[in-house]
Design a protein. Structure first.
Length: 202
């Protein structure tokens, strides 16, 4: 026969076990919240200070990039070094700062860039007609300028359908958001660019 004292002890044991389970569940959810918060902070830091997604709009970079392709832009590297010739960069439009353009760096600070007779000529010590293996078309236009200490000439790969430095002139380094390092979509065209740059005859 069970006494009242034994029943009270049994209740105490059950309540103790229930409290332990609730405590463990509380700690689990607390850790889960911590993980979610830390993950959120990490995503924000990466998204706004290191890498940024970018959707291609228009045909100015054909055949290298097609419309609606999904790119990842490295915003970190240019804090420690200057853009290199051949890198594809995203920058703020010099005429509409709320817009962003995707173009290739062609001219570097201190160089003289000349477009004439379907060619791009870059002058350092000597002037050389630039050999651009990625182009399917010639470069239309008739312009020439010398780049300042912090200026770059940027052209689209689809020269016949690109609004670029032939029209709006050089851009400053401050206008550049970052360089393209990854094409993430479509899956059939996933590419990592990194430091794989075109070779030029300079």
């Amino acid at each position: 026969m069970t006494t009242n004292k034994e029943e009270e002890q049994s209740d105490l044991i059950d309540m103790g076990q229930e409290t332990t389970v609730l405590g463990k569940m509380g700690l689990f959810f607390l850790e889960l919240v911590k993980i979610i918060v830390l993950a959120g902070i990490t995503i924000v830091l990466v998204r706004y200070f290191l890498f940024k997604p970018f959707y291609v709009k228009g045909e100015s970079m054909l055949p290298t990039f097609y419309e609606n392709e999904y790119l990842i832009i490295d915003e970190f590297s240019y804090r420690f070094r200057d853009p290199k010739r051949g890198e594809v960069v995203v920058f703020r439009s010099p005429t509409s700062p709320e817009d962003f353009y995707l173009k290739r760096v062609i001219g570097l600070p201190g160089e003289r860039v000349r477009v004439e007779n379907g060619n791009v000529t870059v002058c350092q010590v000597e002037c050389v007609v630039l050999d651009e293996e990625y182009l399917d078309v010639t470069t239309s236009g008739d312009v020439a300028y010398t780049l300042g200490a912090d200026q770059y000439a940027v052209f689209g790969d689809n020269r016949s359908a690109s609004y670029d430095s032939r029209r709006f002139g050089p851009i400053s380094k401050d206008a550049i958001e970052g360089r393209t390092i990854l094409r993430g979509w479509p899956l059939t065209r996933i590419s990592y660019f990194g430091n794989n740059l075109p070779e030029y005859n300079l």
